[in-house]
Design a protein around this ligand. Structure first.
Ligand code: FES
Length: 155
């Protein structure tokens, strides 16, 4: 075999391997699902919500105090402790334009400063005139010792 023939054959084989490998790597069937809709009442999360946090550990320690709250950016859930020490949890994204909401303990409500919409402790719309017209999705929050379980009772 002459040098030119050898290079042509080896080169063609290498190119075939590279193209085949790329096709395998680019296959849709191998690609993980990366599109997750935001978790709000208009577009609820597709995965099951059920997790437990220890409120004595960072970053959850604000929940040790009545009136404290924590926003979980992974699940887009806000967890709050009311002034009467009830634990509550709702979607943290406003149903108007997805701004992250806060908890206002003295008013005992969730509030979106994006365009001033307020929600009850169960996520209900408090004022029919406000921009957000749809309730926040509500989750269960149950404290056992220092472990706080957040879950969707409908799943
Ligand atoms: S984004 Fe919350 S009121 Fe507009």
């Amino acid at each position: 075999m002459e040098r030119k023939d050898f290079i042509e054959k080896v080169g063609l084989s290498a190119a075939s391997v590279l193209i085949f490998g790329c096709m395998q790597g680019c296959s849709k069937s191998d690609s993980p699902a990366t599109t997750q809709p935001p978790s709000n009442n208009n577009n609820p999360p597709t995965s099951k919500i059920d997790f437990t946090i220890n409120i004595t550990n960072n970053p959850y320690t604000d929940l040790n105090t009545a009136g404290g709250f924590y926003v979980d950016r992974t699940t887009n859930i806000i967890i709050a402790r009311t002034l009467t020490n009830d634990f509550i949890a709702v979607s943290s994204l406003c149903t108007h334009q997805q701004v992250t909401i806060d908890f206002q303990p003295n008013s005992n409500r969730f509030f979106c400063s994006g365009h001033n919409s307020a929600f009850s402790t169960t996520g209900a719309v408090l004022d029919a005139q406000q921009p957000a017209k749809v309730a926040l999705k509500q989750y269960k929050a149950i404290l056992t010792g220092s472990s706080l379980r957040i879950f969707d009772p409908l799943n």
